[in-house]
Design a protein around this ligand. Structure first.
Ligand SMILES: *Cc1c(COP(=O)(O)O)cnc(C)c1O
Length: 381
């Protein structure tokens, strides 16, 4: 089945009593036991809830995973994965990492004796060279934020396999609709479901898909043990969002390409980072590996004053953090999303005072272009 079909049918056929076509919201903390030593399969909603389970099983189908897991946020999902490691373990991580993941690793998990090396994971050789005797995993973003560097997931998974390391991919920017990491050899995919999967900027959630059944058992133990599960209401909203994943992604990508091409020829724009443009370093790899190029764009304006002007004057495009929803958003990564990363590192990575990031939504592309055009015009518009 095509991924768009699997996505549209998530949460179907769960309810046998009434035949409801949509999984109900099982807003219950606990479940009555039919008899002593018996269970309906559900005992307590931290351990398992039918609405959350419908989401988790749907995700597993989308990913080709043995199991899926839903958490209270993307950070909760990543936190839960860190329980796979112990004091003394070393992980190799994408250097232009999501700021919250960087903060989690450096400020929270380092104190428990985990160490992290940050490398350019769009270069398989850099990953290979960072391996130490105690390296247990690679944590890689398939498409990075905000500069959109592309990871060769198959190549990286091979390096991990050969070195007895887990290959964990944060696939938030692409989703299984555009990249099925487990098929390419990754062990685990992790998502901020708050972004493209839920897709409407109305829910915070995290998702994990695990290929191997024994490893999935451990992840389940940690999910239940640490307890940062997704509630039934938010599970339902996420299911509702995933149904239109294919439609949204198609439209968002089409819009993103049009905007990137328009930005590229604008006199007040410097570099444009969009992997759908042939001059992007990851273009060929994505063409080969992915079902599309995603809908995130980063671009530099030609002078610092334009940053504030664009953030303040865009009308349709909102100045807000986050990404992946149906509404277009613009943000200033250096200050808004990457404030926890040292200034020298930001500069080296190219996340500078001229760089803006666009999350392109499903609006009409001509309206989005007109909005940016009037914002560039400034006071005279
Ligand atoms: C947003 C995001 C996260 C964190 O997810 P939350 O749902 O906000 O906790 C992790 N990784 C990436 C790539 C993200 O964009």
């Amino acid at each position: 089945m095509n991924i768009a079909t699997t996505a549209a049918q998530i949460g179907l056929e769960r309810e046998s009593r009434t035949g409801a076509v949509t999984v109900p919201i099982y807003q219950t903390a606990t479940f009555r036991h039919p008899g002593l030593g018996q269970s309906t399969g559900y005992d307590y909603s931290r351990s398992g809830n039918p609405t959350r389970q419908a989401l988790e099983e749907g995700l597993a189908r989308l990913e080709g995973a043995s199991r899926g897991f839903a958490y209270a946020s993307g950070m909760a999902a990543i936190t839960s994965l860190m329980f796979l490691f112990q004091q003394g373990d070393h992980l190799i991580v994408t250097e232009d990492l999501y700021g919250g993941s960087y903060r989690l690793f450096e400020k929270l998990f380092q104190q428990f004796g985990l160490t992290f090396s940050y490398v350019d994971t769009s270069d398989v050789e850099q990953v290979r060279q960072a391996i130490r005797p105690n390296t247990r995993a690679l944590f890689v973003e398939s498409l990075t934020n905000p500069l959109l560097k592309v990871a060769d997931v198959r190549g990286l998974a091979e390096v991990c396999k050969a070195n007895d390391m887990l290959c964990i991919v944060d696939n938030t920017f692409l989703t299984p609709y555009l990249l099925r990491c487990l098929d390419l050899g990754a062990d685990i995919t992790v998502y901020s479901g708050s972004k493209y999967l839920a897709g409407h900027n109305d829910v915070v959630c995290g998702l994990v898909a695990v290929k191997d059944a024994a490893l999935a058992e451990k992840v389940y133990f940690h999910q239940n043990g640490a307890g940062a599960v997704l509630g039934p209401q938010d599970s339902w909203l996420t299911i509702r969002g995933i149904k239109t994943l294919g439609l949204r992604m198609d439209r968002q990508q089409e819009n993103a390409l049009a905007l990137a091409q328009w930005l590229e020829q604008h006199p007040k724009v410097g570099r444009v980072y969009y992997p759908g443009l042939p001059n992007h370093p990851g273009h060929a790899l994505m063409q080969h590996q992915c079902g599309g190029f995603g809908a995130m764009i980063a671009f530099e304006v030609t002078e610092p004053a334009l940053v504030n002007q664009l953030l303040m004057k865009t009308q349709i495009i909102s100045f807000a953090e986050s990404l992946g929803g149906v509404e277009s958003l613009i943000t200033f990564p250096q200050v808004q999303t990457h404030a926890d990363i040292e200034p020298e590192k930001l500069q080296r990575l190219g996340i500078n005072h001229l760089l803006l990031r666009l999350s392109v939504g499903i609006e009409d592309k001509d309206d989005l272009i007109a909005d940016l055009a009037q914002a560039f015009e400034g006071e005279d518009a």
